[in-house]
Design a protein around this ligand. Sequence first.
Ligand code: TYM
Length: 335
Amino acid sequence: MNETTNTPKKRVLSGIQPSGVLTLGNYLGALKNWKAMQSEFDCLFMVADLHTITIRQEPAKFRQQIYNTAAMLLSIGLDPSQSTLFIQSHVAAHAQLCWILSCYTQFGELSRMTQFKEKSQKHADNVNAGLFSYPVLMAADILLYASDLVPVGHDQKQHLEISRNIATRFNNCYGDVLTIPEPYIPKIGARVMSLQNPTKKMSKSDENVNAWVGIVDSPDDILRKFKRAVTDSEGCIRMQPGRDAINNLISIYSTVTGKSPEQVEQQFEGKGYGEFKVAIAEAVIEEFRPIRENFEYYIKDKKELERIFKAGAESAAHIANRQVGKVMKKIGFVL
Ligand code: TYM
């Protein structure tokens, strides 16, 4: 219950793939908000491991990445006594509802997904059916928990729209069964761009390591990457249309420090890019310092991680299984 309004807390669900190191983009676009939301909402956060096998993974590395991502959720300050933290594949209902919803999803709408187009170009030797139906699994993740809000970065907006469309289509057949989720996309920080090419999203899969900052990067690496960040020849620190590099740097500094872009512009009035870049690096280093220390602590004890995440999966499965039962009953299955 929400103690001030005396109404049930809204349900929040989100997920992150264990597909490698987590970046400043993941942090500012999603994780930082997850932490901020956990006291106000009824939150479930998951390591979206089923999504990750749409791209071929090396088994030992994949397993380690799942542990790393689980440890990272705790390290950023998600509290298992407040939020339900779990690993997607531990709750079988995700795959079950995914199949059901795929029968309510059109080939045409999946073909229009930009992420499918991009990923199938990038991995042209493995354009598997999972890559194509990826958004249906994401819809299942969200709809299983009757989620009201889904905090994500801008790149997931289209997947949220298709989840809403699938839910609406299902409800048109069977009545008010599924909750239509709302995306929760931050105004600033939802699109952290590459430090080397600010027209591209910051992504860990970028071959140029200077393009992205990892949450567990060393302070030296963070400083080096910001010092090398591309800028422009205007020489002033002001947000303006078309100034992708500077807009990106101002957004990063603004999101990390909590200052508005206008305050950032005032603070650096008449100052050079060199000074600005060092200030951003220092702010990011300070933001990540406790997280990196926590990470070193949590990753040491895999048994404890397993205990926490298994308990989370039990609570999640309790909600998810009931929802699948409800959906199956509406369709006419014999239960
Ligand atoms: P993933 O693992 O690619 O990214 C996790 C979150 O980080 C955000 N993000 C960014 N935000 C701003 N700037 C960037 N450069 C940046 N890069 C990543 C993403 O938008 C995302 O919020 N399909 C999802 C995981 C998922 C999920 C779900 C999310 C699976 N099921 C259900 C919400 C609800 C994904 O691949 O995110």
